[in-house]
Write a protein that binds this ligand. Structure first.
Ligand SMILES: Cc1ncc(COP(=O)(O)O)c(C=O)c1O
Length: 416
């Protein structure tokens, strides 16, 4: 595709047709490639673009605090507050006790949550597990915070013993802890109750720690899977963030950040130019995103989200079972929708299926649009190609990456 920009006066008459043709081809390519998008946590099946398309003609900008008056009419703060109220209810915090805003994604939510923690505890140390998203260490760099990286267990959960020993060593300084409510690679859930207990055991009182929950993908799944642990502000946590484009499938990157109203004053500053309070990370904010979120949540409702979560849960298990039956090492955490398996040997295969890889593994993220048909096509392709890479031998040992119980390498086969 040649996309170099040419000044309009140099173009010939057909140039606008050419531009349209390029766009049509691009839409066709994307539509085709959707069937091969299984490596990243994006729900590509947003169904409401046609209904919402007329909004694209307006510039909607939610600059400043969502709860203050706006100087122009070109914003969507009423939609934004409606979405925030919905999340506040989901995470069990009263309307008059929370503050939040629609972010540009999970990263911005993490940056905001950790900034609140840092401002409440300026000398605090940030604790985060190795499996935390890279935005957490980015926050430490941006805010020049001391970061203590905690080991992870093989399932991706934080290593509680390592956390405890590091908290004890640094007892003289407050703790700002990032808790993963679904890690990026394995969807492991750090146990909030266990971490609160460790803080208490180590002598950290409520006013000497701050907990931010990174629930980028999983914050919208786990509440809708029966019997799963529920994330709630009833526990002693300071903020929760989630991505809007991941499970819900908003067409543009976005997210939700919720914290306690009493905390937000620590980073709030009145700005006359915008006739509002500056307490968000970015200045201008996408005003379309709250409407896309509001529409999707209203159309799906709790029942729709429950249905989506159940489909992902079942399809992920279906894939893991197929891989195991074919002798391919694979792991799937309880309630998780991410199947981690042996890394394909061929980069063309990895690119074809748009897979994300780490060390000797790759993963498939089963999202609402990841149908059984897509899973079957992927499985068939993998098994066929794998025969070329491995012949009849079994795959590499992945015990360190996914646990010995999930590893089907030749060594384990011989010893079991
Ligand atoms: C656990 C976790 N946190 C944060 C993020 C960042 O989210 P975003 O890409 O919306 O900025 C991700 C993205 O994959 C994630 O998995």
């Amino acid at each position: 595709m040649c996309l170099s920009l040419i000044e309009p006066h140099i173009k010939n008459k057909t140039s606008s047709e050419e531009l349209n043709m390029i766009l049509t081809q691009y839409v066709d390519t994307l539509s085709q490639r959707m069937k091969y998008h299984i490596g990243y946590p994006i729900n590509l099946s947003y169904e409401h673009h046609a209904t919402l398309a007329p909004l694209l003609q307006f510039h909607l900008n939610n600059c400043g605090d969502p709860f203050t008056q706006h100087p122009t009419d070109f914003h969507s703060k009423d939609f934004e507050v409606a979405v925030l109220d919905w999340f506040a209810q989901l995470w069990e915090i009263e309307k008059d006790e929370y503050w939040g805003y629609i972010t540009s994604g999970g990263t911005e939510g993490n940056l905001h949550g950790l900034l609140v923690g840092r401002e409440l505890h300026p000398s605090g140390i940030l604790y985060a597990s190795k499996d935390s998203h890279y935005s957490i260490s980015k926050a430490a760099r941006l805010y020049r915070m001391e970061l203590q990286t905690i080991n992870s267990l093989v399932n991706g959960e934080i290593d509680y013993e390592d956390l405890q020993s590091k908290l004890l060593v640094n007892k003289n300084k407050p703790a700002i802890i990032n808790i993963n409510f679904g890690t990026t690679y394995k969807v492991a859930i750090d146990d909030v109750d266990m971490i609160l207990q460790i803080l208490e055991n180590c002598g950290y009182s409520n006013d000497r720690y701050y907990i931010h929950c990174d629930a980028a993908l999983y914050g919208l799944i786990v509440p809708f899977i029966n019997h799963a642990k529920i994330i709630t502000f009833k526990k002693s946590i300071g903020s929760i963030s989630v991505s809007g484009h991941k499970f819900l499938g908003c067409s543009m990157p976005c997210g939700v950040q919720i914290t306690k109203r009493t905390y937000i004053t620590t980073i709030s500053k009145q700005v006359e130019y915008i006739a509002s309070i500056d307490n968000t990370i970015s200045g201008s904010r996408n005003g379309l995103a709250p409407i896309f979120l509001w529409y999707s949540l209203s159309m799906k409702g709790n029942a729709g989200l429950q249905k989506d979560a159940k489909i992902c849960y079942e399809n992920a298990r279906y894939l893991k079972d197929r891989l195991h039956k074919a002798g391919i090492s694979a792991m799937l955490n309880e309630f998780s929708n991410i199947v981690v398996f042996e890394r394909p040997c061929d980069n063309k295969f990895i690119r074809r299926w748009q897979l994300s890889c780490a060390r000797d593994t790759a993963h498939v993220v089963v999202m609402p649009g990841t149908t059984k048909e897509i899973i079957d096509n992927f499985f068939k392709d993998l098994v066929q190609e794998r025969e070329k890479w491995c012949g009849i031998t079994l795959g590499p040992c992945l015990a360190d990456d996914i646990g010995s119980q999930n590893c089907l390498c030749s060594y384990r086969n011989m010893h079991h």
